[in-house]
Design a protein around this ligand. Structure first.
Ligand code: ATP
Length: 216
């Protein structure tokens, strides 16, 4: 059966999550107390409801237990966010995701039983800093404990060079794949010659990855 998600709060963040889940082919219910916001997005979601997310009866009518995950994407009004989180949790939602904007907000919704707590502005800030510092790093995933998975775009001056000659510190970094457009070459041979628009997918220690990225 198709997965179903509920997004409560259709501000810039909630709307982006809701539309992306629709694009991925899932069913999405959007909830917002602001009639104008709800109506603006209504044609693009499976269902849209205008309701106050702090009203327990209104939320009960949505049968939130049928959704695979419910995201509380109310940021500014911490009281509304925490109250809504408490109600959603008590209504047996399977998984509760919450957008938090401060440390205290985070700690309260954690205590209330949120399964995942997101800090979009903070997380985006970290990504922006990484991209500014390393413009040839196209994407990354932090694996924790200073390990990262990254996608690097080598400079054009390296075109025609063999992977074996790039100076990868093999004790600390592993080259997983070369991505070229839609094609992914797993475990590429050391003698593979870099082509224009080849991207390197690497995993390893942060400092070693940073040193390597700076040589590209
Ligand atoms: P974003 O940063 O995602 O753009 P925002 O700053 O525009 O958010 P927030 O205060 O975080 O606004 O609220 C996000 C959405 O949640 C808004 O569309 C707002 O109308 C809605 N919202 C706020 N309080 C409630 C509530 N009690 N019930 C339902 N929706 C609410």
């Amino acid at each position: 059966m198709k997965k179903q998600f509920a997004i409560i709060g259709l501000g810039a963040f909630g709307e982006a999550v809701a539309l992306e889940l629709m694009r991925l082919g899932y069913d999405v219910l959007g909830v917002d107390c602001n009639e104008e916001k709800a109506n603006r997005i209504a044609d693009n979601l499976t269902q849209t409801v205008i309701a106050d997310a702090t009203d327990e009866e209104a939320l009960r009518e949505l049968n939130l237990e049928r959704f695979d995950a419910v995201l509380v994407a109310i940021g500014e009004d911490i009281e509304a966010s925490t109250l809504c989180t408490m109600i959603v949790r008590s209504l047996d939602a399977k998984e509760v995701w919450v957008k938090a904007i401060t440390d205290i907000h985070h700690r309260i919704v954690q205590k209330l039983g949120a399964d995942r707590i997101l800090h979009p502005e903070y997380e985006m800030g970290l990504r922006a800093a990484q991209s500014m510092a390393h413009p040839n790093m196209l994407d990354y995933i932090s694996l924790g404990d200073d390990y990262f998975l990254i996608e690097l775009r080598p400079g054009e001056q390296l075109e025609g060079r063999a992977l074996a000659d790039l100076g990868i510190d093999r004790d600390k970094i592993h080259l997983l794949a070369v991505k070229h457009g839609p094609e992914l070459m797993l475990a590429p041979a050391p003698e593979h010659l870099l082509r224009r628009n080849d991207h390197l997918i690497l995993v390893g220690d942060e400092d070693a990855l940073r040193r390597f990225a700076e040589t590209l």
